[in-house]
Each structure stands twice: as C-alpha cells, then as structure tokens.
Ligand binder design. Structure first.
Ligand SMILES: *Cc1c(COP(=O)(O)O)cnc(C)c1O
Length: 369
C-alpha cells in the first residue's frame, strides 16, 4: 500500500521569494484591488500570451462566463445550445442569466459538442451556442461558426481548459464571439482564483469593465446591473509570476502525458480522447476511457486506485443535465454518447512535479488487471 496521498492535481506556484518580492510594492501603494496596476499589467501580458486582441480579468472563471453571457443582453428565457459533458459552472452560468440550456450530445472521439446535432435543436428562441473545449480538446469551430452565421446566433466558448492553446496558428480565444478562461488553482495556469473574458472589440471590454464593477462608471453614475467580479492585486501578481514559468510547466506536463500514453496505450480496453489536427495542446488533463473491454468498470478502477491512496476524478460524471438541480427540468435530446463517456471517463493525476515513481505506480495498478 502506497502511503503518500497522490491527488489528481497540485497547484503550480512560483518560487516563494519571487512572489514575496513581487507583492512588496503593495505595502507602499496600499492599492489592493479595483483594477490596479498589476491587474492592468496582467491583462496586457495575457492578451499577448494568449494571442488575442484584449482580455478582461475577473475574480474567477465562472464569473467570466456569467458576465460574458450577460454582456449580450439576451431576452429572458431564450435558449442556449450547450454541452452537458462539462463542469457544472458552464450550465449554471446559463441558468443564472435566466436563459434555458438546451443540451446537445457530444462526439465520442473528443468529447466536444457534436456539431452535426446542433441544427436540430435550434428553435425561434435560440440565441447562442455555448460549447466547451473540454479537456483542452478544440471544438469544430468552423462548423459551429457556420451554423451560427446561418441562424444568426452568438457563439460563446467556455475555454476554461484551453489556456494557451492555438488552433490553425491563432490563439484559441479568437474563435466565436467571445471566449472565457479559468485561472483557478487547479488549472494549467492559475492566479489562485481568477478568470478572463476575451474581448474581440473594445466595446465588449468596456461593457465587461462595467459588469465586473457594479456597473459603476463614475462617482455618481451606475450604468448597468453589474456584479463585483474584479481580480485583486495579489491574484494578479500571482498570475504575473506564474506566467513567467508557464512554458516550462506545460513542457513538464507534456512529458508526463507522453509517458502515460506510451504505457497505457499498451493496455487492452483503455482508450483515449483525440485532439484535432492543427491544434496545440496544453496537457491540462489526462483523461482515459475505461471501456467494457477492460476487466474493471471505471468506478471499480477508480476505487482500486483510491485504495492505494491515488485520487483520480470522474470528470465529467454525472452530466450537468443529470445533476439533482437540473434533472428533468430542461430540454435534452438524446445524450447517449455523453452518458457513455460520462460513465467511462476518468482523469489521472497530472501536475508539474508529479514524481515518476508515483506515475509508475499508477500505471502498474491499471496494468495489473
Ligand atoms: C474551472 C471551470 C470553470 C469555472 O472556472 P472557475 O475559475 O473555477 O470559476 C468553468 N468551466 C469549466 C469547463 C471549468 O473547468
């Protein structure tokens, strides 16, 4: 029995001294939040790193998504076609905007929304498509855009898993009308908690600045019913520090993924998700599919690893559409593939600094069945 607890992820952190040095100026300025100097600096550096025109930082990825949706002023009760094979935040952001999620099935090979099934779900109430680049797997952005253009719909990407990825040489955040990222502690790049909305035009940037700060424009002027969703300066500085090391961190993740792939692809009954051609990957997750040709079910393998102190995650189970708060409440067509993937999938421990002996251990446990 393996004594150390191996969690599915571990947050990347800059060297202690580096962060301490970087936050020192805050003790002179006493300027801790309200879109300060470091907030601005991180917006500029991230826009460059992500290869997008402009970004608006937020307190977390969820509020980035909620406010991105709000920025379109869709009529109450309008329908948004989305995927149930995602983190609950995606669906919550739609519902909290008083819109109706309409769940579309996903594709078996990469887990992203099945673009061939979107058109059937469009009604006169549909206003947007909200796909997710799940596990960093790039959606069929061309086909989705074509449908959106044909029916005059907005496309909002939840790119929470796709930090730093490029498709056809362009930052992934350039696709659709708007994309959001999450910088939560467990993501590839973190600001402790944080997120961003990619703004393809400056009007959206200004709209988001209003929405993340109570709609306040001036001392005596409030122009929108905004939230408080600003990123604070400690978080922004964490981001500036982590950004310096991000390429090295992604490189380390890549090596770990390659080792997993090399070893696990020899095991009968375990399958992988595909990535699209012409896309770079950030190695944020290592999902596997435990198919019925493997001697154990996903749940049994999960339990088996757990007995050895190895904590994997059943991402994404249950589907958001099947969660207690949504069950039987919203329209969904057949979610057959999504339910299948949800039953088969699990993500293995993956983080910069995952020791090889632990990785070996995980592989051996999966292998010995
Ligand atoms: C993490 C995540 C979010 C929410 O981001 P937070 O920063 O945790 O608020 C939204 N969507 C997906 C797919 C995520 O994985």
């Amino acid at each position: 029995m393996q004594k150390d607890k191996i969690l599915v992820t571990r947050s990347s952190m800059p060297p202690y001294e580096e962060y301490i040095e970087a936050i020192k100026p805050l003790w002179d300025s006493h300027w801790l939040t309200n879109m300060g100097q470091y907030h601005k600096e991180l917006e500029l550096q991230l826009a460059e790193y992500l290869d997008v025109p402009e970004i608006s930082l937020t307190v977390n990825g969820h509020m980035a998504l909620e406010l991105a949706i709000q920025s379109f002023d869709f009529p109450e009760g309008a329908e948004v076609i989305t995927t149930p094979f995602t983190f609950i935040s995606t669906t919550h952001a739609i519902v909290r905007n008083k819109l109706q999620p309409v769940f579309c099935d996903v594709k078996e090979d990469d887990g992203t929304i099945d673009e061939t099934k979107i058109e059937d779900l469009i009604t006169e109430k549909t206003v947007a498509i909200l796909p997710v680049h799940v596990y960093g797997n790039v959606c069929n952005v061309e086909a989705i855009q074509e449908i959106a253009d044909k029916y005059n719909l907005k496309v909002i990407y939840d790119a929470a898993h796709a930090f730093g990825e490029k498709y056809l040489g362009k930052g992934i955040g350039n696709y659709g009308d708007v994309s959001i990222f999450s910088f939560h502690a467990t993501k590839v790049f973190n600001t402790i908690e944080g997120g961003a909305v990619v703004c393809k035009n400056h009007e959206r940037y200004e709209r988001l600045r209003d929405l993340k700060n109570f709609g306040i424009r001036g001392e005596e002027l409030v122009v929108a019913v905004g939230a408080n969703a600003k990123m604070n300066e400690f978080a922004a500085i964490m981001g500036l520090c982590n950004l310096k090391h991000i390429d090295k961190a992604i490189e380390a993740r890549k090596r770990i993924c390659e080792y997993y792939f090399e070893e696990i692809s020899k095991i009968e009954g375990i399958e992988f998700y595909n990535q699209r051609d012409n896309a770079t990957h950030n190695y944020g997750y290592f999902p596997i599919k435990v198919t019925d040709r493997y001697p154990l079910t996903r749940d049994e393998l999960y339990q088996k690893l757990r007995e050895d102190n190895i904590y994997t995650r059943k991402y994404f189970y249950p589907l958001t559409a099947d969660q207690a708060c949504f069950k039987n409440k919203y329209k969904d067509k057949e979610l057959m593939i999504a339910r299948k993937l949800s039953k088969e999938s699990m993500v293995l421990p993956l983080y910069e600094g995952l020791e090889e002996k632990y990785q070996r251990k995980i592989i051996d446990i999966i292998k010995n069945y």
